[in-house]
Design a protein around this ligand. Structure first.
Ligand code: GLN
Ligand code: ZN
Length: 751
C-alpha cells in the first residue's frame, strides 16, 4: 500500500454534477435523479483511481456542496432555523448552503469563506447554545458501501475535530472549551461505527495545523487526540495535513497514536527539514505529499525522487500535496491545445498516473519512466518577451506612488462628481441570462459575426443602463455581458496566456471557474475594455464605471508559470492593466473600478510570512496600476470577502479612492475593525448577500445601512450589493436592487 489520494474533484469531467444540481434547484430534476448523477460521478472517480493502481482511494470526498458542511451535518451542527424548515434533508442541506425562501420559510445561508489559501470556499458551521451534537454517518457509510460494491475498498475522509473546532463560528455563550469533550466522544463513536463496518483506514483532515500555532493550540490538539486515539479500536487513523508544514507541532504529532501522518512537501517548506531533524517513527506510515495538488504542471520526477530519497523508505506512501479538487479533471479533453504545450500539463487524472509512475520508479526501479520525464523538462517551456522583462526591471519607487495624496483627491472628486450622500452602485455584472450566454456561444462557434455579437451586448447594456437610471442608481455599470469570466476575459486579450476548454475547478457549490494558464511574459497588445465602457458612458449623463480586473486577482485566478516568481508575473500584468486604465481615462471614463476579488487569497497562512512573502509585492502591484491617473479620476476596487480585519492598513495602502466588499454574510463584523483602524478609503460594505437567491426586503437593507452608519462616517459610505450579479436571475436582481435604492432613499430622507 504505497500510493494515496487525499481527495478527488467531484463536479464531473463535464461538470455533470453542477448541471444536475442546478436543474434540481430549478425543480427540473427529482432528488432521485440527482442522486443517480452523483453516484455515477463517484463511480467514475473511484474506478479511474483504481485502474491507475492507487492503493488509498478516498471516499466521502464527494459533496453536493461542501465537505465542511457535510461534516457539520454529520455531527448535527445545524442551526435551528434550518431544522425548523419542513423540507427534505437534502433541501435542508442546500438551505444551509444557499439560503431558502418558500412557504416553508425564509432563511439566510451560513457564512461562506475561502478555504485556506485556495479559491475554493467552505460553509462556516454555526454552533449556538442550542446546538445538540448527534452523529449521523449515513453519507460516509453509504458512500463507502457504494465503492465496496464496486470492489473498491476506500479510505473515508472526514474533517478532523481540531480543524472543525477552529472553523466553527460560535454564536452564543458556548465555546471550544465547553464542547471539546463532546467532540472527543463523537469522534470516538465514529471510530466505533467504522470498526463495525470493518473499515481499515480513516483519513482525518487537519489543515489548521499549518497555521502559526500557539501553546494553547498545541495543548488543545493534544487534549483532543490523546483520549480520542485511545479509543480507535481496529480503525487506523491517518492524520492528513496540507497547504503548508506543521513545524509548530511536529514533535507532538510523533508521540500521538496516529497510524499515518500526511505531510505536504510542496507548500510545506519545512517538512523535509522536520523529518531530517526529528526523524520519523518506524511504527507509522508517512503519507508524503510530493505531487502538487494545486498546480497544473507535470511533476519533475528527478526532483521528487530527491525528496523521497531523504525519507524513511519503509514508511513512505506517495501522495498528492493536497486534495486534487483544486485542479481540473484531465488534459485529454484539451484537444485544441498544441501538444507541445499540453504535454507539460498534469490535471487530476494525470497526477494520479504520476503517482503510479513515481511509485514504480521509487519502489520498483522502473527507470524508463524517469527518462521520459527528464526529456520533458529538457524541453523549452514558457514564452519569453524581452521588452516586457525590461519594463519590469526598469520600475522605480516613484512608479508606485499616486499623487496628490488621498485626502486632496477626495476633495477634488467630491466637488467634481457632486454625488448624493450614500451613493448607490453595483459591483459590475448583471445576470448572464441564457440569451447572453447563447450569443457568446454562437459567436465562439463562428455562427454569428462580431458585429452581431457586439450589437446584442450593446442592446443589453442599453437596457440595463436605462433600468439603472430608472431605479435611481448614482454610479452605473455597463453590465459585463461580453465577459465569460472576470479573469479569463482579460487573459484572452493579453499576450502570454493559453486557454483550456474543459479545465473547470470548483469555486463554491455549483460554481466553477476555468483559470487561464500563464505560458509566457504578459503584455497588452490591444485595448481590453475601452469600447464597452465608452459605449455605455455615451448612453447616459450619469457616471459609468470602467471595469477591470486587478493584477493580483488575474494572477491568483490563473495557473501561474513555474519558472519566474509570482511577483514578477504580477508586475507584468500590472503594467498591462495600467495601460488600459490610462486608455480608459483618455477616453473620458471618470470612475474606474479595478477588482481585486482575490487579493487575500494568496496571503500566506502563517502570519509571520504575510509581509515578506506577499503583501510587500501584491499591494505595490495594485498601486502601480493606477499611480499615473489624474486626481479627478476616481479609482474603485472590490473584494469578495470581508476577512481582511487584520490587513486593513494594507488595504488602505492600495490607495484606491473607494472599495466595495462582501460583508452581509459575516454580519458586518468587519465594520468594527474599519473603525478601530481609522480606515480612510471610502467604502461600500455589501448590504445584501448576492450568493443566495433570496430577495432582501427594504426594511432589512435599511437596517443594515443604519448599522453601517453607526460605525463608518457618513461621507465615507457607499451603498452596493456584496458582489457581481452575473450568476443571479433577472427577477431577483431587479427586485433586490430596487429594494437597495429604496432603502438608501429612506435613510437619506432621515439624515
Ligand atoms: N466586477 C465583477 C462582477 O461584478 C466582480 C466579480 C467578483 O468580484 N468576483 O462580476
Ligand atoms: Zn466580488
Amino acid at each position: 500500500m504505497t500510493t494515496s489520494i487525499i481527495g478527488y474533484p467531484r463536479i464531473g469531467a463535464n461538470r455533470e454534477l453542477k448541471f444536475a444540481t442546478e436543474r434540481f434547484f430549478r425543480k427540473e430534476l427529482t432528488e432521485a435523479e440527482l442522486q443517480a448523477v452523483a453516484a455515477q460521478q463517484r463511480q467514475l472517480n473511484w474506478q479511474g483511481q483504481a485502474a491507475a493502481g492507487i492503493d488509498f482511494i478516498p471516499s466521502n470526498d464527494f459533496s453536493f456542496y461542501d465537505t465542511t458542511l457535510d461534516t457539520a451535518f454529520a455531527l448535527n451542527i445545524v442551526p435551528q432555523r434550518y431544522q425548523d424548515l419542513a423540507i427534505s434533508p437534502l433541501e435542508r442541506y442546500f438551505a444551509a448552503a444557499r439560503g431558502h425562501q418558500s412557504e416553508a420559510g425564509d432563511v439566510k445561508a451560513l457564512a461562506m469563506k475561502k478555504w485556506f489559501n485556495t479559491n475554493y470556499h467552505y460553509m462556516v458551521p454555526e454552533f449556538d447554545d442550542d446546538t445538540r451534537l448527534r452523529l449521523d454517518l449515513t453519507k460516509l457509510l453509504s458512500e463507502y458501501r457504494e465503492a465496496l460494491a464496486l470492489g473498491i475498498r476506500t479510505k473515508p475522509v472526514l474533517l478532523g475535530p481540531y480543524t472543525l473546532l477552529k472553523l466553527i463560528r460560535f454564536t452564543g455563550q458556548t465555546g471550544i472549551a465547553d464542547v471539546q469533550a463532546d467532540f472527543v466522544a463523537l469522534y470516538a463513536e465514529i471510530f466505533a461505527q467504522l470498526a463495525a463496518e470493518k473499515i481499515t483506514w480513516l483519513q482525518l483532515d487537519e489543515p489548521a495545523l499549518v497555521f502559526d500555532l500557539s501553546e494553547a493550540d498545541i495543548a488543545l490538539f493534544k487534549a483532543i487526540y490523546t483520549p480520542l486515539l485511545a479509543q480507535k479500536q481496529t480503525v487506523k487513523v491517518l492524520l492528513q495535513t496540507y497547504f503548508g508544514d506543521v513545524r509548530d507541532i511536529y514533535i507532538e504529532l510523533l508521540d500521538l497514536a496516529f497510524d499515518g501522518i500526511g505531510l505536504d512537501f510542496v507548500e510545506g517548506r519545512k517538512s523535509l527539514e522536520l523529518i531530517e531533524t526529528y526523524g520519523f517513527p518506524a511504527n507509522k506510515k508517512l503519507f508524503a505529499g510530493v505531487v502538487n495538488g494545486k498546480n497544473i504542471w507535470r511533476n519533475n520526477y528527478q526532483q521528487t525522487l530527491e525528496i523521497l530519497a531523504k525519507l524513511p523508505k519503509e514508511a513512505v506512501v506517495i501522495g498528492t500535496s493536497s486534495s486534487l479538487q483544486h485542479v481540473p479533471y484531465t488534459v485529454n479533453a484539451e484537444t485544441e491545445l498544441s501538444p507541445s504545450i499540453s504535454r507539460h500539463f498534469a490535471f487530476a487524472q494525470e497526477k494520479v498516473a504520476e503517482l503510479a509512475a513515481l511509485n514504480a520508479i521509487f519502489f520498483e526501479g522502473a527507470e524508463d519512466y524517469l527518462a521520459d520525464n527528464q526529456a520533458l523538462f529538457a524541453d523549452k517551456r514558457f514564452e519569453h518577451n524581452l521588452a516586457v522583462q525590461a519594463k519590469v526591471n526598469a520600475l522605480s519607487a516613484a512608479d508606485f506612488v499616486r499623487s496628490p495624496e488621498f485626502s486632496v483627491r477626495e476633495r477634488i472628486q467630491k466637488e467634481a462628481f457632486n454625488l448624493p450622500k450614500l451613493p448607490t452602485t453595483t459591483i459590475g455584472s448583471f445576470p448572464q441570462t441564457a440569451d447572453v450566454r447563447k450569443n457568446r456561444l454562437n459567436f465562439k462557434r463562428g455562427e454569428i459575426s462580431k458585429a452581431t455579437y457586439d450589437s446584442f451586448n450593446q442592446e443589453k447594456t442599453k437596457e440595463w443602463i436605462r433600468w439603472q437610471e430608472s431605479v435611481g442608481f448614482d454610479v452605473l455599470v455597463h453590465g459585463e455581458f461580453e465577459r465569460n469570466d472576470m479573469v479569463e476575459y482579460f487573459g484572452e486579450k493579453l499576450d502570454g496566456y493559453v486557454f483550456t476548454k474543459y479545465a473547470w475547478v470548483q469555486s463554491y457549490g455549483t460554481r466553477c471557474v476555468k483559470p487561464p494558464i500563464v505560458w509566457g511574459d504578459i503584455a497588452r497588445v490591444q485595448p481590453l475594455s475601452v469600447a464597452d465602457s465608452v459605449y455605455a458612458q455615451s448612453l447616459t449623463d450619469k457616471l459609468v464605471k470602467g471595469m477591470l480586473t486587478g493584477p493580483v486577482t488575474i494572477l491568483n485566478w490563473s495557473f501561474p508559470r513555474e519558472d519566474i516568481s509570482l511577483s514578477d508575473s504580477t508586475l507584468q500584468i500590472a503594467l498591462a492593466i495600467q495601460e488600459e486604465v490610462l486608455d480608459l481615462e483618455k477616453n473620458g471614463i471618470k470612475v474606474i473600478q479595478i477588482d481585486e476579488a482575490a487579493l487575500r487569497e494568496k496571503l500566506p497562512l502563517r502570519q509571520t510570512d504575510w509581509n515578506s512573502e506577499y503583501l510587500d509585492w501584491a499591494i505595490p502591484a495594485f498601486r502601480l496600476v493606477h499611480a499615473k491617473v489624474a486626481p479627478e479620476t476616481q479609482i474603485h476596487t472590490h473584494m469578495c470577502y470581508s476577512e481582511f480585519t487584520d490587513i486593513i492598513p494594507a488595504i488602505d495602502a492600495m490607495d484606491a479612492d473607494v472599495i466595495s466588499f462582501e460583508a452581509s454574510r459575516s454580519d458586518l463584523s468587519i465594520l468594527d475593525a474599519l473603525q478601530a483602524n481609522g480606515f480612510r478609503t471610502q467604502n461600500g460594505p455589501g448590504v445584501y448577500d448576492i450568493h443566495s437567491p433570496r430577495i432582501p426586503s427594504i426594511d432589512e437593507i435599511e437596517a443594515v445601512i443604519r448599522r453601517i452608519l453607526t460605525k463608518v462616517p457618513l461621507e465615507k459610505v457607499w451603498i452596493n450589493p456584496d458582489c457581481g450579479l452575473k450568476t443571479r436571475g433577472v427577477a431577483e436582481v431587479t427586485a433586490s436592487l430596487e429594494h437597495l435604492v429604496r432603502a438608501t432613499q429612506a435613510v437619506r430622507a432621515t439624515l
